[in-house]
Design a protein around this ligand. Structure first.
Ligand code: FA5
Ligand code: MG
Length: 441
């Protein structure tokens, strides 16, 4: 059913990627040798693992729709950073060099694996983060910029994870000259004053530490002031987004800084916000490493950068309970929102869940969980609310491994009859057998 929507030309074998990987040949008979994405033809090869369900998302651009929660949030953040240049609309198809190598990801970084990222072929992939565009935007000479995009990661299925989500990257460049640092000092003074008057409690970490070091291009003194600027800028963003919403008048907004690691920043941090009794990770950030600045031809400048997840923030601000709702085309969802306004989502009737299990013996070459998740997503689309591996064992004599997955079928828009759920489940079982060669138990 998803096949009719998709732009990926995979003829009778929609999930060619997994087949290709299993047989290790890109030229197995009957297999499409190209795939059409965003109007362009790409050759497929032994790395191709993009599925039709994912391909269908490529042109949606939810973040550009003015009355979609993601579009409203993008504009809210852009208006907070009103003197930053806002970019969007960059193609999601990038080279692995842009997504990983240019940013210093080691060759064996797990994010590069076929089990974690979507590849079109050996030369092209779907970006996994907006940082993939850092070098090119710095190279344009923009000194304060934001960039919003869809990003793609093969991941688990639940109410807060979806294989496509949205990030906004932001950066601010300073000259490492006395004048550049004076500008920084003035900005720090202004931001500190604003925050001192606000109802916010910040759990901080040191600006740098032996495990979160300052790279050699920065003098210690400049780096400390840069990190302070980064922290003040992002704390003030958190206040603009959540102040008065996450807490109450008496209860301050709580923001927590944590030491983190990214290959392209140091020192690096993550920022979390306390909401409804839980800490929620909002963004990653840090001082930009020399490699990026050099590749962008600005080796004498310094910069900080951050990357935030729009869905996590939107789920809090609009009280949206399930990440799938962002993709809904149902007017009961879309008509609730107004450009420029944060409003509380009113959920429309929930339909009953319908759990079905499938147990099978794995093929001898094994099978990754994410392959099963992607197959379910591909065969039944958003009608799968969650998929969990509920049992697994290896037979002591035969050494064969068995797994049992529980799929919860539920539509956001209508009640599924047991017959409909059975038909979906039968399709999933058939495809599991045909595509992966599992033996159903
Ligand atoms: C990154 O993607 C880095 N590129 C961020 C960065 C940019 C660091 C610039 C330094 C400088 P991470 O994988 O942690 O980092 O994702 C960043 C944010 O995206 C997270 O904090 C979270 O808000 C959001 N995010 C990550 N994974 C998911 C997911 N599966 N679903 C929804 N949001 C997610
Ligand atoms: Mg993170």
């Amino acid at each position: 059913m998803m096949i009719t929507l998709c732009r990926i030309r995979l003829a009778q074998r929609p999930l060619c990627a997994f087949g290709l990987r299993r047989c290790g040949s890109a030229l197995a008979p009957g297999r499409p040798t190209t795939t059409n994405l965003l109007g362009k033809e790409y050759p497929t090869d032994d790395k191709t693992n993009i599925t039709p369900a994912i391909a269908e998302k490529l042109g949606r651009k939810l973040y550009l729709q003015p009355s979609h929660p993601l579009g409203i949030l993008r504009e809210l953040i852009e208006s907070h950073f009103n003197n930053f240049t806002a970019h969007s609309g960059f193609s999601p198809i990038v080279t692995p060099a842009k997504n990983f190598d240019d940013l210093g990801f080691p060759a064996d970084h797990p994010g590069r694996a076929l089990s974690d990222s979507y590849y079109i072929n050996n030369e092209s992939m779907l970006r996994t983060h907006t940082s993939a565009h850092e070098v090119e935007v710095f190279a344009r000479g923009d000194r304060r910029w934001l960039l919003t995009s869809d990003v793609y990661r093969r991941d688990e299925i639940d109410s807060t994870h979806y294989p496509v989500f949205h990030q906004m990257e932001g950066a601010r460049v300073f000259r490492s000259t006395p004048e550049g640092m004076t500008e920084l000092e003035q900005d720090n003074a202004r931001l500190s004053e604003h925050l001192a008057q606000s109802n916010i409690v910040i759990e901080d970490v040191p600006h740098s530490s032996p495990t979160n070091p300052i790279p050699s291009i920065y003098s210690n003194h400049d780096a400390e002031r840069m990190v302070l600027n980064l922290k003040l800028s992002l704390n003030s963003l958190m206040l603009a987004l959540f102040g008065g919403r996450a807490g109450s008048a008496e209860e301050p907004l709580r923001v927590r800084w944590i030491e983190a690691y990214f290959p392209f920043t140091s020192p690096s941090f993550e920022v979390e916000v306390f909401f409804h009794g839980k800490w929620i990770e909002i963004l990653g950030c840090g001082l930009v490493q020399q490699r990026t600045l050099q590749l962008a031809n600005i080796p004498h400048d310094v910069s900080w950068a951050f990357g935030l997840g729009l869905e996590r923030i939107a789920m809090i601000l609009f009280a949206i309970p399930d990440i799938r709702l962002f993709w809904s085309t149902d007017s009961r969802f879309l008509d609730q929102f107004t450009p420029g306004k944060i409003s509380t989502f009113k959920s429309y009737s929930k339909y009953p869940p319908c759990h079905k299990d499938v147990s099978f013996w794995l093929p001898s070459e094994g099978l990754h969980d994410n392959d099963v998740f992607d197959l379910v997503r591909d065969v039944v689309g958003d009608l799968a609310e969650d998929v969990k591996m509920i049992d697994g064992f290896t037979h002591p004599k035969t050494q064969r491994t068995s797994r049992c997955y529980r799929i919860n079928y539920r539509s956001m828009d209508k009640s599924l009859s047991n017959d409909e759920a059975n038909a979906l489940h039968t399709d999933v079982i058939t495809q599991l057998r045909d595509r992966f060669g599992v033996e159903i138990r």
